[in-house]
Write a protein of this length. Structure first.
Length: 409
């Protein structure tokens, strides 16, 4: 297959100053740029992270990605989003008038509205990188209440657009095989569909336990008031809409009865007061709950002191298409995971990699039967699972193959 220089317009309503943008957009684009792809990136940046724009701008310049950051508008709901879509389209049109892109690569549904326009009007190849069943997530997460006619109309609109995106995309990218299977089961779509599965990948060089020295681990534990004899259950990432904090604390209540000394360490941007309040209701001493906020590049150091990690996610319809970013990062560090069933491909990957325990029923009996003997888990085997399922290098190569196929088709 002839390797043709490609010009890609990458559209994201998520910001690159967000932690998600830094872990799940930029690493892929930097890898693709190294393969000779010309990438122009439009994203929408939140005001509270604006101070980080110069650093991200420098990173993009160093790695060959041309970034066009826009200001994200939050209020009023929906109307502000419509304004942002209009601006995304205008900036993209101005760029296309001089650059003449070959492919428009759209991250999720908002960006796909603009991408579909470019496919219809300008003849660009259209990649719908869906990232999940977005409209269903808004409803199931309680963000859109369907008793409100405005949100009900928005839901209907985006569900109709979803069918349009699936029907006309030159390639659909799903985070999970479970999500792909769900889409392929729908009878109101043309078949066969061109669906590629690329999960939330991890930089295996950055998330490597060999990079963390033993004295660094000791210093980190000491700085947090965690002794060498403490058993550390760890949680990584936001809590927000989907993560079942009360249930995770219920699990810890039983864990601390089994372990003589234990700590529950949260690496999150969430307010520590909110976590402490729920922990207090469950009778957990305040000094056993440690909540810290840290930069993404420091996460591996803190993960290294976990004995076990945990995440419980509400198992709704939309979660069939979810790939928790934290899973690849934890497995890359060789940390065994406790999670619940029904989330994307998580069950299959945990079992395939001997990487922890999948809880089928959320109750005390299931929690008590969950073995937390770290000696039963092989860190190298868990990391091998991360290499097999979540390799960033493999993810970049898959995107590159998609680009090559579309340009040569």
């Amino acid at each position: 297959m002839k390797n043709i220089k490609q010009k890609i317009l990458y559209l994201s309503y998520d910001g690159m100053t967000d932690s998600l943008g830094q872990s799940q957009v930029l690493p892929y684009l930097f890898g693709l740029a190294k393969k000779g792809i010309c990438i122009h990136l439009i994203s929408f940046e939140k005001k509270e992270y604006a101070k980080d724009i110069p650093r991200i701008k420098e990173l993009c310049e160093e790695n060959g990605v041309i970034w066009h950051p826009q200001n994200y508008t939050k209020k009023p709901p929906l109307i502000s989003t419509l304004k942002d879509i209009k601006r995304m389209k205008k900036v993209a049109m101005n760029l296309h008038s001089t650059i003449k892109f070959d492919i428009v690569h759209c991250r999720s549904y908002i960006s796909a509205i603009v991408g579909r326009f470019f496919q219809k009007k300008e003849g660009l190849k259209f990649i719908f990188d869906m990232r999940g069943f977005w409209a269903d997530e808004r409803v199931e997460g309680g963000i859109w209440n369907l008793s409100n006619p405005v949100f009900k109309s928005a839901f209907r609109y985006f569900k109709s657009k979803e069918l349009e995106f699936f029907s006309h995309a030159d390639t659909i990218v799903s985070l999970t095989h479970n999500g792909k299977k769900e889409i392929e089961s729908w009878g109101n779509l043309p078949h066969p569909l061109q669906i590629e599965v690329i999960p939330c990948c991890v930089d295996l060089e950055r998330f490597d336990p060999k990079n963390i020295k033993s004295d660094t681990i000791a210093t980190t534990r000491e700085s947090l008031g965690i002794t060498e004899n403490d058993f550390v259950l760890g949680y990584l990432g936001s809590i927000g809409t989907w993560y079942m904090l009360p249930e995770m604390l219920d699990f810890y209540v039983l864990l601390r009865q089994q372990k003589e000394k234990s700590k529950f360490l949260f690496l999150t941007q969430e307010a520590k007061e909110d976590i402490h309040e729920i922990a207090k209701e469950k009778g957990i001493p305040k000094d056993e709950i440690i909540v810290i906020s840290t930069k993404h590049n420091e996460v591996p150091r803190y993960i290294s002191i976990f004995n076990f990690s945990i995440f419980f996610i509400r198992p709704t319809f939309s979660k069939k298409a979810s790939s928790p970013t934290k899973q690849g990062e934890l497995m890359a560090m060789g940390i065994p995971i406790i999670c619940n069933a029904g989330i994307g491909d998580t069950d299959k990957i945990i079992m395939d990699s001997s990487a922890g325990k999948v809880i089928q029923v959320m109750n005390p009996e299931s929690y008590e039967s969950c073995s937390l003997n770290t000696e039963k888990y092989d860190k190298e085997k868990i990391r091998d699972g991360a290499k097999r399922w979540y390799s960033l290098e493999a993810g970049v190569e898959k995107y590159h193959e998609i680009y090559q196929r579309l340009l040569n088709s």
